[in-house]
Design a protein around this ligand. Structure first.
Ligand code: FE
Length: 344
């Protein structure tokens, strides 16, 4: 403390201003957050954090990849202390690009199961989503489609809708298959899947569900929160489309259904490190977990936190326990395999 005030006096002399009002100790407590989550999906939680701690959260929102690029170009001058983004594959990229630093605390270790955090603490999952198979009720017998592997079965020729291979959700799904079954088997699978596509991939996950409901295909692959959002939509066409579909939780008798997270990472050059860690710890508390999952139709990462009614209706399922850090490790292999398989 003595050192700080001496420095502040010295600086005052240099600048020729009085030391009144210039004290590092009096600086407002704050934390700067870059979030790929839309403001509505996170702001109320941040307000609650500020109420409880007196720490102001300065929120910058943007698209996932744009935020990563921004962090990279700002380098050590970045104001960002904490990054929130979706998909473990993307969190891996942030780590590999040197944009994150590890942090390990008891609260974080207790809050986030091992599979949903980077083993050395570079990032932590905050919410969980699954990427199951959806089918048009009455058109598919779920017993014929109990594994992702079955999507390559010739019986589904011309019946499957899935988005393009440049999407990280599909890259992570394929990466999980490489991690479990190896590159060779995964490439055979991808080739079989591409042969079964009803159309050249286009649109997002919601569009695959809509295409199936409209009769273009019988089977779609999508993240659960899109389905939840459609079922809860005020837009009749979205709701009616989703209501025609049902979920298959794949691979229940073996590795489990593929899951992924949205997560947070402490940035390499965080200046408000302590406050950023406090915010991260706040986000894994049961109350925050419950709200954060609910508002975007996601699952809490923390065990013992109740699921929303809608998610409970879909039933419990066994999820893949692969450490999600592996999805990033196999990402480039996944991209190459999808490319060779002709997955547009
Ligand atoms: Fe998404």
């Amino acid at each position: 403390m003595w050192f700080k005030s001496a420095a502040s006096v010295a600086l005052s002399v240099v600048l020729g201003v009085g030391s009144v009002g210039f004290s590092p100790a009096a600086a407002p407590e704050e934390v700067n957050l870059y979030s790929a989550r839309k403001e509505a999906l996170i702001k109320p939680l941040l307000d609650r954090f500020s109420e409880q701690t007196g720490i102001t959260v300065n929120l910058v929102t943007g698209k996932e990849d744009a935020l990563l690029q921004r962090l990279q170009s700002e380098g050590r001058n970045t104001p960002a202390d904490l990054l929130i983004t979706s998909d473990a594959g993307r969190l891996y990229r942030a780590k590999e690009a040197g944009l994150t630093q590890p942090v390990v605390t008891d609260v974080l270790l207790q809050g986030v199961p091992a599979a949903y955090r980077e083993p050395t603490g570079h990032w932590y999952g905050l919410s969980l989503r699954a990427r199951p198979i959806f089918y048009v009720k009455g058109k598919v017998s779920p017993a014929d489609l109990t594994r992702y592997e079955a999507l390559a079965d010739p019986q589904w020729k011309g019946k499957i809708c899935i988005r393009s291979s440049d999407n990280i959700y599909n890259q992570s799904l394929v990466a999980s298959m490489i991690a479990h079954s190896g590159a060779e088997q995964t490439e055979q699978w991808a080739t079989g899947l591409v042969n079964n596509l009803a159309r050249s991939p286009k649109g997002g996950d919601r569009d695959q569900i809509k295409a199936a409901a409209a009769g273009e295909c019988d089977i779609a692959v999508a993240n659960t929160y899109y389905y939840g959002g459609m079922l809860s939509s005020r837009d009749d066409s979205e709701r009616l489309a989703a209501e025609k579909m049902a979920i298959i939780w794949p691979n229940q008798s073996d590795r489990g259904t593929h899951v992924n997270v949205s997560g947070a990472a402490l940035t390499t050059y965080a200046r408000n490190r302590e406050n950023a860690v406090k915010l991260l710890e706040f986000l894994v508390q049961p109350e925050a977990q419950s709200w954060y999952a609910r508002v975007n139709f996601e699952y809490p990462v923390r065990t013992g936190v109740a699921w929303s009614d809608l998610l409970q209706q879909w039933g419990e399922f066994k999820s893949d326990s692969l450490n999600l850090g592996e999805l990033g490790r196999y990402n480039s292999a996944a991209v190459m395999i999808m490319d060779r398989a002709g997955w547009k």
